[in-house]
Design a protein around this ligand. Sequence first.
Ligand code: MN
Length: 418
Amino acid sequence: MKTWLDVNPKHDFSIYNIPFGIFYTGQNPKNARCGAALGDYIIDLSALYEFGYFKHHKNLQEKHFKTDKLNCFLSLGNKICNDVRISIQELFSTQNQILRKNSEHLEKILVPMQTAEMLMPIKVADYVDFYSSLDHATNVGKMFRDEKNPLLPNWKHIPIGYHGRSSSIVTTKTNIIRPKGQLCPPDSNQPTFGPSKQLDFELEMAFVTNQDTEMGTALTPDSAAHNIFGLALFNDWSARDIQRWEYVPLGPFLGKSFASSMSPWLVSLEALAPFSLPSIDKDVEELEYLKGTKNGRYDITLEVYLKSSKMDGEILISKSNYKHMYWTLFQQLAHMTSNGSPIRVGDLYASGTISGPTPDSYGSMLEICWKGSKPLSLPDGTTRTFLQDGDTIIFKGYAENSLFRVGFGSLFNTVISS
Ligand code: MN
């Protein structure tokens, strides 16, 4: 597949990818519309629709593209969304010169990325965060429970998760306000109230659902794939000190709900299909409802960069991979619905912190600095055990083979004081 547009096949947004997002131009968020990324351009899908390039797609209407959220488009289902993706690939392929030769249309359709701002791609319906990386769960168990027996007895049977807060999910470039809350040091029983001193990131990915289900419906790992559009990078910002004092006995609450962030471009499972891997071999047999075709793992390199306000550029502090997931996204959704709980268009399901087996692949400051015992040295001469005001965390993610790349771009957020 080749495009007449100047886009390297190793670009995150190669012709093989075609992710979807919401953007605006002219400093006016009211101009929000649906776009697809190709190289350093955004393809304005509302303009493509208006000029009739989608007229062979009978189900498409203006409302699917002239909108500030992708929910309506995604609810058309994977078949139609992928047909639109293929149409875009065809329009920009070297075999097709129709659009290339229409400079009047091109001027409206191709938007240079640097002239646009990205918005939250979806209206998040419900939000769940899982806990599905074996290495992360093992590390946390070692730090806070039992060095010799870090995993709780349920972990290899249940994709553990909790319901989070959808109203505080933001996208790239949004500042993260340091949360305040009850803090109680481990050696005390008297809490105080104030700004968190242990603000952390969590390297995660999240998938988006595109179909509603009826109450009482349980999806299987195989049927779940029809209800998932694709993935984004996800940062589950966490205040460890608030979390530590509040989480017993009901789990995470205000130490998590102050903010989470997701990358603005949604990459479809179709685009990621060439990078699919069989699920991990397990030493504990899964219950029947969690069994299915052994797929749903993806080879996606994930990188975390940190930049303090005094640094000129960012430094790489971790490199992990989505393939480290013990539970697949299909098993997560099957488990989520196994009690008959309905799902909705625009639900977001985050993976849990994705740590790999080695310290250079840990997905949080908590693990990288091992609960504060191994400070991280920065090029500006300072050290970190958790994040300070002015620190920027950047996530990048991409799947790649010898021919092409399917990437997520970046997720960029700066911590500010409260
Ligand atoms: Mn998390």
